[in-house]
Design a protein. Structure first.
Length: 266
């Protein structure tokens, strides 16, 4: 199997109103999750999300990826762009000296990656931006926008950006189950590659609260790599009690400025 494929991590149009709407106040929130190896059930890392919100819309997100001992080894910044399901983002992993990201400008979309040990950054401007392109945390936006179709049993296709390939791949998502997680009604959706490749690569299951549509569980190939450079295969639990409606700017500053460690063994 192509190693690039094994590293696969996870648009709506607006009509301008006649009258400008009053801006909604900026608020802060946070939530966290623990990632467990699917085979051993061992805790391999945790992730903490700090959000800046305008109403229900995420303007900015800082994610700290933490060793089991609590030290942060990687950090990601996600920012709202002109494409709701395609936010700009940058991810830096100090353990692997690895970086990847996406820049959404006014007239182009550019993806980049820098592998461990390389000084030069590979950049690629997308020749065309498909109307159904999704990137990173934009998947949550995509699910919410297509919620009714998914719960009705439809399979929805889209293109998902894969920074390590400097390109996007065709994916599909469908609902695979209903049940309860953390005593909450939940709906589970399976994200999988389309075409022949989809038969060779395992899918990713993402479960959302059926009422609030907040993520409860992720199961499959993670966007985080292990110390050897292979992507973890994990179950990430996001318990409702780990969500804070009120956070604050100090938490954002701490997430941005915290020193990253080069090894979780230290």
């Amino acid at each position: 199997m192509n190693s690039r494929i094994a590293r696969i991590s996870v648009l709506v149009a607006f009509a301008l109103p006649v009258f400008a709407e009053s801006p909604q106040p900026t608020t802060y929130a946070s939530y966290s999750g623990n990632a467990f190896d699917l085979d051993t059930e061992k805790l391999v890392y945790a992730e903490v999300h700090q959000l800046v919100l305008e109403g229900d819309e995420v303007l900015e997100r800082w994610v700290s990826y933490r060793c089991p001992n609590g030290r942060a080894f990687a950090r990601k910044r996600v920012q709202r762009s002109r494409l709701p399901a395609v936010p700009s983002f940058t991810l830096d992993d100090r353990r692997l000296d690895y970086s990847e990201g996406l820049e959404v400008g006014s007239d182009k979309v550019e993806v980049y990656v820098r592998e461990a040990g390389e000084k030069a950054v590979e950049r690629e401007a997308l020749a065309e931006v498909p109307p159904n392109l999704v990137a990173d945390a934009g998947f949550d936006v995509f699910v919410r926008d297509n919620w009714d179709a998914l719960v009705a049993g439809e399979t929805v296709r889209f293109d998902f950006l894969v920074p390590s390939r400097l390109d996007f791949l065709g994916f599909k998502v469908r609902q695979t189950g209903e049940g309860q997680i953390y005593e909450r009604p939940a709906r589970t959706f399976r994200l999988a590659l389309g075409g022949v490749i989809g038969l060779l690569v395992s899918g990713i299951d993402v479960s959302y609260d059926a009422d609030s549509r907040a993520i409860l569980r992720f199961s499959g190939l993670s966007n985080v790599r292990d110390p050897e450079g292979d992507n973890y295969v994990v179950r990430i639990d996001f318990p409702p009690e780990a969500r804070k409606v009120e956070s604050g700017p100090d938490a954002m500053v701490a997430a941005r400025e915290e020193e990253l460690v080069s090894s979780c063994e230290a």
